[in-house]
Design a protein around this ligand. Structure first.
Ligand SMILES: [Ca+2]
Ligand SMILES: [Ca+2]
Length: 171
């Protein structure tokens, strides 16, 4: 138990400034000296990636997306971004039911069918209600699972199998 906990802690640590340092698995002294825990909370309370400035918290899906979001581009570190998602910290990843498909952790329970089989929208974390303001129905579009975004209600286009998004709309 203690051993696996140590490994987990190390796995969530990403080199701070000096990316050339490699610590042996479980070498906490080395990890603490050269690595920093990158877990942070974004403005909308999602788990994010902490930049070297220790203040900027980047959404997981903005890590290794080819755009620099941290001041020194540490979110686009070539070593971390090679062979995705193998070198990404575990907290940035959500594993879909299909073992071949992964998504970024902020795409879990966001209303969108990122996994392709809706396995990212069914977990206990998602609860049984729709994201705030979304409309519950059986969507006709593959990109949604159980709810559609508020902008698609009463927009003149059918998004729900039962047309419930386009009935009882005020004229
Ligand atoms: Ca980025
Ligand atoms: Ca999703």
């Amino acid at each position: 138990m203690a051993n696996s906990q140590k490994r987990f802690d190390c796995f969530n640590l990403i080199p701070f400034q000096n990316y050339g340092v490699h610590c042996a698995l479980g070498n906490l002294h080395c990890c603490r000296k050269y690595f920093v825990n990158r877990i942070c909370k974004t403005a909308n309370n999602r788990t994010g990636f902490l930049c070297d400035d220790r203040a900027t918290c980047v959404l997981p899906s903005a890590v290794c997306n080819g755009v620099s979001n941290c001041y020194n581009s540490e979110d686009e570190n070539p070593q971390m971004c090679s062979n995705l998602p193998k070198n990404l910290p575990a907290f940035l990843i959500f594993q879909c039911a299909n073992p071949l498909v992964w998504i970024y952790s902020n795409q879990e329970c966001d209303g969108y069918n990122n996994c392709g089989d809706c396995s990212d929208e069914v977990g206990s974390l998602c609860g049984s209600s729709c994201p705030a303001g979304w409309w519950r129905c059986t969507p006709v579009f593959y990109q949604f699972c159980w709810c559609i975004p508020p902008t698609f209600r009463c927009d003149g286009v059918q998004h729900c199998n039962d047309w419930s998004d386009e009935i009882n709309c005020s004229p």
